[in-house]
Structures are given as structure tokens and as C-alpha cells.
Design a protein around this ligand. Sequence first.
Ligand code: XMP
Length: 516
Amino acid sequence: MENQLVLVLDFGGQYKELIARRVRECKVLSQIKPGNLPLEEIRALSPIGIILTGGPDSVYRDGAPRCNPALFDLGIPILGICYGIQLMAFSTGGTVSPCSVSEYGRTAVTVNTDSPIFSGLTAQQIGLMSHTDQISVLPEGFVSIAQTENCPNAAIWNPEKRLFGTQFHPEVENTPNGTQMIRNFLYQVCGARGDYDMRDVEQRLLAQIRAQVGKEHVILGLSGGVDSSVCAALLAKAIPGQLHAIFVDHGLMRKNEGDEVEAAFANRDLDFIRVNAEDRFLTKLAGVTEPERKRKIIGEEFIRVFEDQAKRLKEQYGRIRFLAQGTIYPDVIESGANNSANIKSHHNVGGLPKNMEFTDLVEPLRGLFKDEVRALGRQLKLPKAFIERQPFPGPGLAVRVIGELTRERLDVLREADAIFREEVRRYRGRKPDQYFAVLTDTKSVGVVGDFRAYSNVVALRAIRTTDFMTGVYVPFSHAFLSRVATRIVNEVKIGGGVSRVVYDITGKPPATIEWE
Ligand code: XMP
């Protein structure tokens, strides 16, 4: 049976994915579509409810994103959030005008608990506000069901048409009971059954993969990251013996990483092809110091290695037309194309060969958010450390060894990085979202025993971020940092050792997360 569906219509707000995820957390399938989706398409999808996102524009401005006003007469329950509430009011005969006092941040809201979306809550709530416009005249048929000190229409309701709006953002954590408000909308207004669950999703994806692929063979580029790993585990379960997963070990992995990836797939029914290409990559990279050049060489070499393997498989199995990849829902939304069949750039490692003979993409995760991919990975019994893995750049340690790449310099970094990671694992506070060591191209003087040493300088980086577009450094205690520094200086023996450890306290912006 098909899942009930809630459409999230996008008007440019930054929280559209968060809204869609909240709906799914309430066990209802959600999909994000453009705000101006034609009514026929909306009807064809027969959603049980619609949520209008926020957006940066002013609804009364010429050229502001709008929807067909008949949307509000379809008989489908609608919840408009922020820009969405303003659009709802504007489109149904109300007036939206600039606020005399703009509201930003957590704001006290008094709500009417007799209205379905606030049912079960107390009258005093906190809502995250961020607006410079508001509804000054309510449209006919609407009543105000929430107020703040400066905003008399902080939430509105048209009981007859089952239309709701909130000026605040129920989808964010800064609205502490926001998820309950969304759940109320889904269950008390839209008639949700709660039929979306990851066990069913897995069963459905297995069936879809089998239907698409039949008895044919499939090739997958496995990076060891969460998405491609979950994709591989799912395919191995769906089509045992038909998946060839190519894992290119370019010698730029962290300590033990290649072996960990191999071990995670050891008992699965797939052809795991580990290509040990360290020599190939390091030969090509010899003497190269310029970061973008490094990335380019790695990207190109990756393609060559992949092509060689695909050719070998062709000789053995005949032409393989299916290429699998771990595209996930945010990749689909980002590219703005819902049905495009693009070969995803393989973690920026230059992409996969354009001239290969794949004609069909297998992308079983393209409807899932990252947290759902992780949940699926847990169901498929991938190791925990794998599923919670921090992002790792496709070019690997090449962008963390500043200057020339040699096996020895990579080993110095691998050892220092492993110590830092081990200490962070033991660290009791909140873990950084990304953390690693960098081998700088500076040498510095140290005293080892009675001797002066002139050796490597390692930098540590630890970042807290949600989107990796901006971030702040993690304020580790000095005791913690000095333990890590002492261990690195004492324990790293190769490559002349390390004489000095520094901690990078620059945010992003102005710095980037990686050093290169
Ligand atoms: P920056 O350094 O731009 O990094 O602040 C943001 C995020 O992207 C990752 N990163 C990369 N990932 N190929 C990748 O697949 C790359 O060339 C690359 N460079 C940076 C970085 O680790 C961080 O998570």
C-alpha cells in the first residue's frame, strides 16, 4: 500500500528540509516540491496535507514567489509557516504589511489550546520568530489563535477550510513544542495514520531494486562514506551476488581505514573489489604541492582505476549497464532536478568516467535524508563507527598534508591523527562534528632528551557545525589539548617525529574547515 504523503511546498526558506524531516519523524512520508507546483500535479499526488515553507521575500512585493490562490480551495489541509502564513493570508484576501517592531529569536507566544494544532499544550509557549512582515488584516473565515507582545496574528486558523498558519517556526528546536504542533496538524487535522517507518522503507527499497535490476549485474563505487556504504549493504541484501563494489584505496586514507571498510563488507553477499592503488596515486602526486592540482590528479587517477576495473568486469560478465550510487534526498533537492539522472561526482573525486557504458542508475537512497540513511544502515547491521562517521574529503589526507605528499609524511599524519581521534573518542563532552590533524609544511626546533630536534609541526582542528558551510572551533580544555599534544610528540616516531603541536581556533568563516 502506498504511504500517505504530505507535500512541503518550498518558497525559499532555509528550513524546508527540517520541516520535511520533522514530518517523517512523525511517521508520515513528506516530499519537498517547488512552491509553484501546478494544482493538477498536487491533485495527482493526493497529499493528505500541505505545508508551506518560510522564505526571505515580502509577499506583497512584485515578483515575490506566489502560489495559485486556488490551492487554498482544494479541500486539503494546509499549514503555512512564516512566509507561508503570510502567503496564505495574502492569497485569501487578508493584508500583510511591515511590522512596526520586527521579532527575532525565541519569543513568548500565547496560544489558543482549543484549536487542533495546539491541542494538549499549555497556553504559554515559546516560538522562534524571524520576521519583518506580519498579517495586519485577517482574511474572512480566519481567526487568530496565537499572539505575541507585538504580533496579534502569530497563528491563524480557518476551521471550515482546515487552513492553519504560524508566524513562528514550529520545525526548529528553538520552538520547544514545535514537533507536537506539527504532529497535531498531521494526526488531528490531516488524518495521518503514521504509516511511514524505516522497516517498511527497507522492504520497499529491496523490492524496488529487485524489480529494476532483475538478474543483471551492478557496479558501485564504494568510498567508505555513510551513503555509499549503506547503498552497498542494501544492494547486497536485495540482489545477492550481483553487486560489484569497487573500493579504490588511494593510500590517502586514515590509519586502518581501508581494512575497516573491507571488514565491514566481509560477510556480505557481494563482490568486494579492493583496489590497492597507493603506488599509482603517489607516483602521480610526487612533487606536487599545489592543492587544486592535487585534487585534480587524484580525481583523474580515480577515474582511470575505476575504468580499469569496469573493463575487467566486462570481460568477465559482459556489458554491465547498471551503475549504483548513494545519492540521497538532499543531493536531489540541491541539484533542483527531481528526476535528473546525473552521475554524482564521487565525493568530489572528479566524478565517474563520462564515457562509460552505464545506461541505468540505481539510486535506492534518493528519497532518504541522512538520518534515515543512518537508521537504514543500523538496520542492515553496518558497524556503528561506520554509520556515525564524520565526513572525510574524497581526496583524503592529500588535503591535510600541506606541501609534498610522500608515504612517510602521510604516515606521520596518520599516526598523529589516530592519536587525536582516539582521545576525542574518550572525551566526555559533546563531540565535534569534524576533527582531524594536519601536517604543516613548517619544521620547528624541539628538545628530545638532550638533543635538539628539528622536526614536524602538526595542527589539530575540531569543528562544530550542522551544515559544514559555517562552523566554530571546539573549545576543548587546555588539559585535554595538552594531553593530545604530549602523546603526539612522544608517540609519533616516524618521519623525524613531531616537535610541536598547535590548535587551530579559527572559525569558518573566515577560514575553511580543511587547510587546503
Ligand atoms: P571546507 O574546507 O571547504 O570544507 O570548509 C567543507 C567540508 O567539505 C569537506 N571537503 C571536501 N570533501 N572533497 C570532498 O569530498 C574535497 O575536495 C573536499 N574539500 C573539503 C571538508 O572535509 C568539510 O567537511
